[in-house]
Write a protein that binds this ligand. Structure first.
Ligand SMILES: [Fe+2]
Length: 214
């Protein structure tokens, strides 16, 4: 488990493997430069605070309100950026199954009516989100892991709203602008083609089994 200094996680696919949905140049900029910049900012902020070293990024974000006030917002921004991107890469694959497997499909059907309804609502929430941020499919542990769609601004994390992240799509323009320009809804619609449904299902299983993060 990676702790301070946090390091850029390797991708489980080559930069160009998600083309044409995500072109290689976007992946290179997004992973190698943008994600690295969040990690650099986070490590720099935490360097003078050794008492805050040794935590996973998830545990650090959960304790955001206990951090010294002078670095709290920086950790929220850069630490959230690290956690959100790390999560995002995990749920992408060049070998996407078209549909979620049975257990996950049943949960989506229970909470959204159908898998198609879920996808439509997810795209709508992502399209309507104002400004930069992320759209998430989350499980709510306080309500028997009910599935919900939420969007959060900037680099805020679902860890700070008591939810467990199953799936997420990046709404920052750096994620899609080279190929989709201002057409965020097209980006969200195309993005399903690279979603790693087995990993999403595995995250839900882990959370239900009592793991705090997947
Ligand atoms: Fe991003």
């Amino acid at each position: 488990m990676s702790t301070v200094p946090y390091a850029l996680p390797a991708l489980k696919f080559a930069h160009g493997d998600l083309a044409p949905v995500i072109d290689g140049r976007t992946m290179r900029l997004h992973h190698d430069l943008h994600h690295q910049a969040y990690i650099d900012g986070l490590n720099a902020a935490l360097a003078p605070y050794p008492q805050w070293h040794g935590l996973t990024i998830e545990d650090l974000l959960r304790r955001l309100e206990q951090l010294p006030v002078e670095i709290r917002q920086t950790v929220r921004n850069f630490g959230g950026g690290h956690a959100n991107h790390q999560f995002f890469w995990k749920i992408l694959t060049p070998h996407a199954a078209e549909e979620p497997s049975d257990g996950l499909a049943q949960a989506l059907k229970r909470d959204f009516g159908s898998v198609d309804n879920f996808r439509r609502q997810f795209e709508a929430v992502g399209t309507q989100h104002f400004g930069s941020g992320w759209v998430f499919l989350v499980a709510n542990p306080a309500e028997d892991f009910k599935l919900e769609i939420v969007s959060l601004p900037n680099q805020d994390s679902v860890l700070n709203i008591g939810r467990m992240g199953l799936l997420t799509c990046d709404l920052w323009e750096h994620a899609y602008y080279l190929k989709y320009q201002n057409r965020r809804s097209e980006w969200l619609h195309a993005w399903w083609q690279v979603v790693d449904w087995p990993t999403v299902a595995e995250r839900l299983d882990k959370f239900r089994a009592g793991h705090r993060h997947a």
